[in-house]
Ligand binder design. Structure first.
Ligand SMILES: [Zn+2]
Length: 445
């Protein structure tokens, strides 16, 4: 890494440092080639599967894909001829720096953030990220409730090359009206400012603008707002203000919505994505389909005991089916921010396929939500996700055929991230991901 230019604007006391982009410096070099022999290769977009494909990877990106691709002399060959290769999965709504649990907080996350400081939660996030990657999730949108920007720190750490993990799309703090999603006592709210940093309170237009700028400044890649967490919520015009301010930093906006009218206002304002399904109706779905609003329904399966109820689950299944029938843009999203004894965070996240199966959605469309829908809502579809030449080399492999049974995704045997092997033969082998310094650039945010 070298400093290409240092300019000092002494008059205003600002030191501006421009760093040579490390990627452009590397692009001219030619690194070793990895060749993957894929027994079967799934194209989720086309819904097809091709036999005996060769995938070449160099400098962390795909350089060739096909049945007639010659393997260059000296290439490292990875034999996945007995497996089905497919692009990495996306969880479009998780909170990696939050893990509430039965003991001691009885799954009440209001207590988790009192008990667990940001540094501990950041380390939990690093572990949860590794657990997600081991289950095949190569991208995670991390949608707030992550203490003091632990989600952004996780993204930085992974991008800089400190440790393995999914590509993180962090939201920073959730922006909401007074109280956020909490109901604190006056003394805790006013004297101790207990709502922050779980929520960034923004009640007036000025505060809304400032809150969006704060998140953008500190590294958010998407803006998350509480549309209707409190009766005062945000009006359509206030949501439009958030969207306009976020757009200046090239950020999209996700709205947490828990009421029918909240979804209606968010859609009317032109929001990018809506989290949760409590406010979903046939009418709202039709409007979302018309306007192309992404649905991150966070459909908790009944098999995760204690995290939904039978009536609630029945509604979740019915509304997911309704969304699919209305051709709403679908993402796979979990909100899986709790500890289920005996399961990793990745195993909890994959469990959500149960709800999608119960909704009668064909395996190919579940897989599309878990891949293409995820890349699009994450805005990575032109850089990361599809197994195509020029894209970052992320892929996974399973023994079964996920187009026949989506349950095949429960057994991820192989994971490639940025062209590096993270998991092989079902065992994590992440040695290549650990570095003693920020090998991809210290200023990656
Ligand atoms: Zn959430």
């Amino acid at each position: 890494m070298r400093l290409s230019r240092v300019a000092c604007a002494a008059a205003c006391g600002i030191l501006a440092v421009a760093i040579a982009a490390p990627t452009s410096a590397r692009a001219v070099q030619t690194g070793p080639v990895t060749a993957i022999r894929a027994g079967r290769l799934v194209d989720p977009e086309a819904g097809t599967i091709a036999n005996n494909q060769v995938i070449l990877v160099q400098n962390g990106r795909f350089t060739a894909v096909g049945s007639n691709v010659a393997i260059p002399a000296g290439a490292q060959v990875i034999d996945l001829s007995g497996l089905t290769v497919l692009p990495g999965l996306v969880d479009a709504h998780n909170h990696l720096a939050l893990t509430y649990k039965e003991e001691p907080e009885r799954n009440i996350y209001y207590l988790t953030y009192v008990l667990d400081p940001t540094p501990l939660r950041a380390i939990q996030a690093a572990s949860n990220g590794i657990q997600m990657l081991a289950s095949g999730f190569t991208i995670v949108r991390d949608m707030g409730n992550n203490a003091n920007y632990a989600d952004v720190a996780l993204r930085q750490a992974i991008e800089q090359g400190w440790l393995p993990g999914p590509t993180i799309i962090p939201s920073g703090l959730i922006i909401g009206g007074m109280g956020g999603q909490f109901s604190p006592t006056p003394e805790m709210a006013m004297d101790k400012k207990i709502v922050y940093p779980e929520y960034l309170e923004a009640d007036t237009p000025d505060e809304i603008v400032k809150a969006v700028r704060q998140n953008a400044l500190f590294g958010a890649r998407v803006i998350k707002i509480c549309v209707d967490c409190k009766p005062w919520g945000y009006t359509t015009d206030e949501i439009k203000l958030v969207i306009a301010e976020a757009a200046k930093a090239n950020l999209k906006v996700e709205g947490h919505c828990q009421t029918v009218d909240g979804v209606r206002r968010a859609v009317e304002a032109g929001i990018w994505s809506i989290a949760h399904d409590r406010g979903m109706t046939d009418e709202n779905h039709k409007a979302m389909a018309r306007k192309g609003v992404w649905r991150a329904g966070t459909e908790t399966p009944i098999s995760l005991t204690g995290h939904t109820t039978q009536p609630r689950y029945a509604n979740t299944v019915a509304m997911l089916k309704n969304a699919w029938e209305n051709r709403v843009p679908l993402t796979y999203s979990t909100d899986a921010d709790y500890y289920v004894p005996g399961k990793t965070r990745g195993e909890v996240a994959i469990e959500f396929i149960e709800t999608w199966k119960a909704a009668g959605i064909p395996a190919v469309d579940i897989l599309r939500a878990m891949t293409i829908g995820g890349y699009k809502v994450s805005q990575t579809e032109t850089t990361r996700g599809p197994i195509k030449v020029g894209m970052f080399a992320d892929l996974i492999a399973v023994p079964g055929n996920p187009l026949q049974s989506i349950d095949a995704l429960r057994d991820v045997r192989f994971v490639l991230k940025n062209g590096m092997v993270f998991k092989k033969d079902g065992v994590m082998t992440p040695g290549a991901f650990f570095n003693g310094g920020p090998v991809n650039g210290w200023n990656v945010r």
